[in-house]
Design a protein around this ligand. Structure first.
Ligand code: PFF
Ligand code: NA
Length: 450
């Protein structure tokens, strides 16, 4: 068998992981999950989860990947024994489910980007005015309804998956590493530019206030739904519980300080989520939209097109915004396709291009129903994020915390030196508090689902 691939550089690994973490989770999912959870109140809870749970958990995935140099199925089997391969299979299923609808949503962003190139957002909205009058609904909502399902959505889902498959088929260095090296700096620059622009818009200051002042009462009143939502979002945003960080760390091939890398990656993801808020909320308020994120997957499209139609310079701003999100989605999607591709390569000896095309093709088909009815989107998202992700993370924590902790501490110390009591503190964080939060989230998530 051919030698297993590795990253060319340390920066390459970090940028690929940042590219995976930064995605629709930060830009599309976060505002509407937060909207349902009391705005900034949700933000506070989510930040706590990212620090206290996300950080130890990303290290768990890193050590598992680096030690085994395998995809999640092979990795779990190697560490836990044969029965664990079925549990590792959960990660593959999660990859299938999440990527199938993620691609459809990413397709919407490509669509809105291209529409902006064609004509101003104001004139597009004008095109839906009569339909909106007939339906008695807001124009931007009608436009979203038209564009988000049906043949157009299908076409853009197809396009997005094709590009994703193409990048993964090219391999770790020539595909993923090269692509993310270009995409991640572009995302950061574009968002910073847009945040500055948003700051200069008149009326934007109310947006900062809305975004940055939490209502703590909301947390206390709704913790049973907020807890699983915030934990789920913390895992989702860091690409945890889906095997991505296991797989990416499996290509490291050398021992370096994983803690540092983890902090860099978390810093980027959190920074970019926060930065997106500094773009989105000022733009909303500058355009006179004072009730942003009433919820639902269409919220950001509806509010953003309204804003881009209203603001001077809105067309350029809109093209940049939708384009940036599409890029961010692509750098995430390739990571998830890499998980299932690596599984076929490692375990079944399939060639890379065949594996990515085959797996990508099946995932693509699974996403097709979503392009025709958004009901599937809600179902899949709730199931994947509320149950599958948490379950995957939970079994991984049990394996590393309780069944094979020695290897984990030893592996983490490589490139760092003796961890002393910090290593034990990490294992105990994994063993008790993290497992409890995941168990509670999982039960609440299941109750929510049924
Ligand atoms: N961390 C990603 C995000 O926040 O968007 C989550 C993700 C979803 C990664 C789907 C990959 C993927 F295909
Ligand atoms: Na993210």
């Amino acid at each position: 068998m051919a030698q297993r691939e590795t990253w060319a550089t340390r920066t390459g690994f970090i940028l690929a992981a940042v590219g995976s973490a930064v995605g629709l989770g930060n830009i599309w999912r976060f505002p509407f999950v937060a909207g349902e959870g009391g705005g900034a109140a949700f933000l506070v809870m989510y930040l706590l989860f990212v620090g206290l749970i996300g950080f130890p958990a990303i290290l768990v995935e890193f050590v598992v990947g680096r030690r085994t140099e395998r995809n999640p199925v092979g990795a779990l089997m190697q560490l836990g024994g044969n029965t664990w391969k079925y549990i590792g299979g959960v990660f593959i299923v999660t990859g299938f489910v999440i990527l199938s609808y993620y691609s459809v949503v990413a397709g919407w962003f490509i669509r809105y980007f291209l529409e902006g190139l064609r004509s101003s957002y104001a004139s597009q909205l004008a095109g839906f005015e009569s339909a909106a009058a007939e339906a008695g609904a807001p124009v931007a909502a009608v436009m979203f309804g038209e564009l988000s399902t049906g043949i157009d959505a299908f076409v853009f889902h197809t396009l997005f998956m094709a590009v994703t498959i193409g990048v993964v088929a090219l391999g770790i260095r020539r595909g993923i590493e090269l692509a993310t090296k270009l995409m991640v700096p572009a995302i950061v620059l574009l968002l910073v530019g847009m945040a500055v622009w948003a700051f200069t818009l008149s009326g934007s200051s109310a947006g900062y206030e809305y975004y940055l002042s939490p209502e703590f009462g909301v947390i206390l009143d709704n913790w049973t739904s907020l807890l699983p939502a915030a934990a789920g979002q913390a895992f989702f945003t860091l690409s945890l519980g889906m095997g991505v960080m296991i797989t990416y760390a499996s290509y490291l091939g050398e021992d370096r300080n994983l803690t540092k890398d983890a902090l860099t990656i978390i810093g980027f993801d959190t920074g970019i989520a926060f930065l997106t808020g500094l773009v989105v909320f000022p733009i909303f308020f500058a355009a006179g939209i004072t009730e942003p994120g009433e919820g639902g997957p269409g919220a950001i499209f509806v509010s953003m097109t309204e804003a881009f139609a209203t603001l001077s310079g809105g067309r350029i701003l809109g093209i940049l915004f939708f384009g940036t999100v599409a890029i961010a989605a692509l750098s995430s999607a390739i990571s998830l396709l890499e998980v299932v591709t690596a599984y076929l390569i490692d375990e079944k000896g399939v060639e890379r291009w065949k594996a990515s095309l085959g797996m990508g093709g099946v995932i693509y088909l699974l996403g097709v129903p979503v392009t025709f009815d958004l009901i599937f989107l809600d179902l899949l998202d709730l199931f994947a994020d509320g149950i599958l992700l948490v379950f995957g993370a939970l079994v991984l924590m049990i394996l590393v915390g309780w069944i094979a902790p020695q290897f984990a501490v030893e592996e983490l110390s490589k490139g760092i030196g003796d961890l002393g009591s910090l290593g034990q503190a990490w294992i105990w964080a994994v063993r008790v508090p993290i497992i409890i939060v995941l168990l509670v989230s999982l039960s609440l998530g299941v109750m929510d689902y049924v």
